[in-house]
Design a protein around this ligand. Structure first.
Ligand code: AHG
Ligand code: MN
Ligand code: MN
Length: 336
């Protein structure tokens, strides 16, 4: 076995990054530590998902008298409770909640705003297929007290951190603070995330595309033409591309980040504004992919430049290798 030259925990890595900013108060790092704890708590539950039928299902009372919750609600609650008590958050919103999550009075003094998708790909849970958690962090814009909608509804380029946890064959924590993208793999035997993918760079062009092709007849002609183009035989340009689609954005974007290519969820006749959510899914993934050298657009503009007007706003997304996204944009800009 080839040994790794260094064993670096996620917490040490966060600390070392903080030391590069001598004026840092430590609040940002503490918030990231709290997120790593939330990730481990969710992972612990996710890894038992298949046992739910043996141990009891939603709304049943388990042996210790607790009501068992659906995994996505469990993840939601675990994340917001862990993050409240980190003391660094003034406002929080999640894909599972309608408005802002109410922050207890004693936890309202933080500088940061957290938006998250607690469990992404939840329809895949029962089939034991990869799922994930996505987070996006902004600095508050209001001066003090409990954060408001204004703190949450910021444009993506203002994010100070973003990341995802992928519960796959291994569990990984991938994040950026605007200084490259770094990946850590959980060693479950010691409960630590260890640095496994430092400074991830997405290939400038890939060989795979990822889209729910069952929606083909709902798409606009430019998207149909682009997908047809990817399937044409043209060896010098690497076509046909292979199709890969998990149906969990975290998994599909993670593969795209490592192998290159493009992931898409366009607008279609069923979802005229696209399906995926700007604040919980698209902004954080766009920040990560851009930090790794890739691109993310909605067909008309950069995802990170979209001015949000509601927490649950949806957007079309085309994200991945820069050459692939540029080519896709050419098709999207052509007349219907
Ligand atoms: P969520 O489970 O958080 O609601 O997200 C599901 C999303 C996303 O993960 C995935 O890319 C997409 O839905 C899949 O949608 P289709 O089933 O329409 O392909
Ligand atoms: Mn999701
Ligand atoms: Mn979700």
């Amino acid at each position: 076995m080839v040994s790794n030259p260094k064993i670096m925990t996620l917490e040490r890595f966060i600390r070392e990054q903080e030391e590069k900013f001598p004026s840092a108060s430590g609040e940002f790092s503490n918030m990231l530590f709290a997120l790593t704890l939330a990730a481990k708590l969710v992972w612990r539950e996710v890894s038992k998902a298949g046992l739910v039928n043996i141990l009891g299902t939603t709304d049943q009372v388990n042996v210790s008298g607790d009501i068992l919750k659906k995994l996505d609600l469990f993840a939601d609650e675990t994340i917001y409770k862990t993050m409240f008590y980190s003391g660094n958050i003034c406002a929080m919103a999640s894909e599972e909640s309608n408005g802002l999550i109410e922050i207890p009075k004693k936890c309202d003094s933080g500088k940061y705003v957290l938006l998250f998708d607690p469990l992404d790909g939840s329809s895949n849970i029962d089939a034991n297929i990869t799922i994930g958690t996505i987070f996006s962090i902004f600095k508050r814009v209001t001066p003090s007290g409990v954060g408001t909608l204004e703190d949450c509804l910021q444009t993506g380029y203002n994010q100070v951190a973003a990341g995802y946890i992928i519960y796959g064959t291994s569990t990984m924590f991938i994040y950026t603070t605007g200084n490259g993208v770094h990946g850590f793999t959980l060693d479950p035997s010691v409960g630590e995330f260890l640095l496994s993918n430092e400074n991830i760079r997405i290939p400038s062009k890939g060989k795979m595309y990822s889209i729910n092709e069952g929606n083909y007849n709902y798409w606009s002609p430019p998207i149909q033409r682009y997908i047809k183009y990817l399937k044409e035989i043209d060896n010098p340009s690497g076509r046909p591309y292979s199709l890969r689609y998990i149906g969990t954005m975290v998994g599909d974007v993670h593969r795209t980040l490592l192998y290159g290519g493009i992931f898409m969820y366009p607008a279609d006749k069923k979802n005229p504004d696209g399906k995926l959510r700007l604040m919980y899914e698209c902004n954080p993934m766009a920040f990560i992919v851009e930090q790794a050298g890739g691109k993310a657009i909605n067909g008309k503009q950069r995802i990170l430049d979209i001015t949000p007007n509601s927490l649950h706003q949806q957007t079309p997304i085309f994200i991945g290798s820069s050459e692939d996204v540029t080519k896709c944009q050419e098709f999207l800009s052509s007349p219907e």
